[in-house]
Ligand binder design. Sequence first.
Ligand SMILES: [Cu+2]
Length: 153
Amino acid sequence: MKSRHMALAQRATALLSIPLFALAIVGCGGGDDNSSSTASTPATTATTPATTTTETPSKATTLKLEADPGGDLSFNKKTLAAPAGKVTIDMKNPAPVQHNVAIKGDGADETGEVVSSGGTSTVTADLQAGTYTFYCSVDGHEAAGMKGTLTVK
Ligand SMILES: [Cu+2]
């Protein structure tokens, strides 16, 4: 009985001495202070879920248009196309004649400001797929041919 108890006690001390022994080794090897204790911190760069590219409900498109620089009642394009959504037409007017750009058709009716001599008239409309007309709303200009077709798909 007694010897058995002793054996257990010896075992216990043996187990206890292991950590001490390990510490002793570490202590001995502490000659070179250069042994940088690089506490390798797990650089857990919080992998944020890639910014959810939620498909924008409506695309925004800007189309460029220009009035005839010589003052003719016409635009430099007869057709324009854009995907459904917010459509903007920037119409530059280099001529001294007053012009603007407007959109009509299929329920759309937007008019940009009248400009001349290098000004830019801008019109924006929220358009669904369909065929629209872009034109100059200055008196008589559309009738004279200052217009074109805007196709939205
Ligand atoms: Cu005009």
